[in-house]
Design a binder for this molecule. Structure first.
Ligand code: ZN
Length: 505
């Protein structure tokens, strides 16, 4: 496989299928439904690594994890605004009946068009003015209609319900419970990791646009005063982030400025330290998931990109070979819109008392799907073969699906015994480890390079004689021998990035 004559996204997709990262669209043997994918063994391991990086980042930042149902009755979505507002504009071909997202179709067929009027009337007019036709049969397109993106279901015989399009709503509904659990003290910091569903019209970008995906959302419930007096901001004020604020985008700049957080607040890129801290936390989560800082930027939403209640919104974007900059995570200042709406619809008090006055708190939110960063990480890790006879994956050791592979030199009983013992010792230390005894050592290295395993360990006859074991480094292909008593500690330090491989040579 070469990357020269192929679209890079196809290279990543075919590599991912071949090596068991993801398969689909699912269910494959019945023809597949777009927007659904199965994770293979390596994809599931990689996703687990990403989730554990996300969990530990949130926990270190003082968040508590909760889990809510994925189905809620219609009333919840009426209150949240999704029933009326979570819609896409669609148009159907009058000849073949195929349905498309109107705005996407306009931009596909007239890339220079600027959509200013997003109403159904405005988009219908634009389709006509630009002469946009059905991409599959060239037929004329019908009027634009709105289409709700939530998947509908039914509870019992007669209650309409929807699969959640985001995890956040469930979190808001628990606000009263949180107030008790956190002993009436704000700010309250919680997060969820779980499935969410969006009934996208003909999703086409593979893993980037899914109808079922795993979402992570972190929420902070806080008072206006907390947003200004946010003590944790002091910990990060000297950190620099690659920021692309509105001011730069308006000048046509694509390249972010590397700005100290304290400076960014002073310059007014961020109005509130608590929100700036959330943007930093989102960036840091992506760094912990293994993304190279050079391939990340933080882009502020322009005013017309924002939801009507959003006071500010920034995205974490990751640069990919496949698609250029990909929006991977949103950080939103939602004000008290959500709690206010649920208070109104549920008739329950969702406020706290400040100086005996009822105040509905504000919400800051970090939200992203895990499949996007998973795809982007495979894309970013791809390496051409060059001195190896295979393309390989350079996953950061901490998030690699397999962190250590253990090989007995040969399948002889005198080697298998100690190799199994060493394998089990590494597994028990918490590292994701695979045992492989088939084929030559060269072929086994090659197989591990192909799936991005950073370290391979070989047990040979010297191990029986003097107790030493070979560790082979994926990136440099160099090897060193360490004593088996030091093996687990050394591997843990290598995987956690506490020591570099070259320091062992
Ligand atoms: Zn058609």
């Amino acid at each position: 496989m070469t990357t020269e004559d192929k679209d890079f996204s196809e290279v990543v997709a075919s590599l991912s299928k071949k090596r068991g990262f993801y398969w689909g669209p699912s269910p494959e043997i019945y023809g597949g439904s777009s927007g659904f994918y199965d994770l293979g063994p390596l994809g599931k391991l990689l996703k687990n690594r990403l989730e554990s990086a996300i969990r530990s980042s949130f926990v270190k930042a003082g968040f508590w994890e909760v889990e809510c149902p994925t189905v809620s009755p219609e009333m919840v979505w009426k209150a949240s605004g999704h029933l009326d507002g979570f819609i896409d504009p669609v148009t159907a071909c009058t000849k073949c009946g195929q349905v498309y997202r109107a705005d996407n179709l306009i931009l596909e067929q007239s890339p220079d068009a600027k959509i200013t009027d997003h109403t159904v009337e405005g988009l219908t007019k634009m389709l006509g003015d630009l002469g946009v036709v059905c991409p599959s049969c060239k037929g004329a397109l019908g009027p634009v209609e709105t289409y709700n993106l939530m998947l509908k279901t039914r509870l019992g015989l007669d209650q309409d319900a929807y699969l959640r399009p985001e995890t956040a709503t469930g979190t808001y509904l628990l606000f009263k419970r949180f107030v008790t659990f956190f002993r009436d003290k704000l700010p309250i910091q919680v997060f969820q990791i779980g499935k969410a569903y969006r009934n996208e019209i003909s999703p086409r970008q593979g893993m980037l646009r899914l109808r079922e995906f795993t979402q992570t959302e972190g929420q902070i419930f806080l008072l206006e005063q907390d947003e200004i007096d946010w003590p944790q901001f002091e910990d990060i004020e000297d950190e620099k982030l690659p920021l692309l604020p509105i001011q730069l985008q308006e000048k046509g700049d694509e390249k972010p400025l590397n700005v100290k957080m304290s400076e960014a607040v002073k310059k007014g890129y961020f109005q509130k330290p608590a929100y700036a801290w959330c943007v930093y936390l989102a960036f840091d989560i992506f760094r912990k998931m293994g993304f190279d800082v050079q391939k990340m930027r933080l882009r502020q939403h322009l005013m017309d990109e924002r939801a009507h209640y959003a006071k500010d919104a920034w995205d974490v974007e990751v640069h990919t070979e496949s698609f250029g900059w990909v929006e991977c995570c949103g950080v939103h200042d939602r004000g008290n819109y959500d709690l206010g709406r649920h208070q109104e619809f549920s008739k329950e008090n969702l406020h706290v008392k400040v100086d005996k006055k009822p105040i509905v708190p504000n919400v800051l939110e970090i939200a992203f799907g895990i499949e996007r960063p998973l795809y982007c990480l495979i894309d970013n890790s791809f390496q051409e073969g060059e001195e190896r006879d295979t393309n390989w994956l350079k996953f950061p050791p901490e998030v690699a699906p397999i962190q250590v592979a253990v090989f007995p030199l040969m399948g002889k009983p005198e080697l298998m015994g100690p190799a199994t013992e060493i394998f089990e010792g590494i597994v028990e230390s918490g590292l994701i480890t695979q045992f492989d005894q088939s084929g030559s050592i060269g072929r086994r290295y090659r197989r591990q390079d192909e799936v991005g395993t950073p370290f391979c360990v070989t047990i040979d006859y010297d191990t029986l004689e003097n107790g030493t074991i070979t560790i082979r480094d994926r990136d440099s292909m160099e090897q060193v021998r360490v004593h088996r008593d030091q093996l687990v500690g050394t591997l843990r330090n290598l995987v956690r990035g506490r020591i570099g491989f070259s320091s062992l040579i």
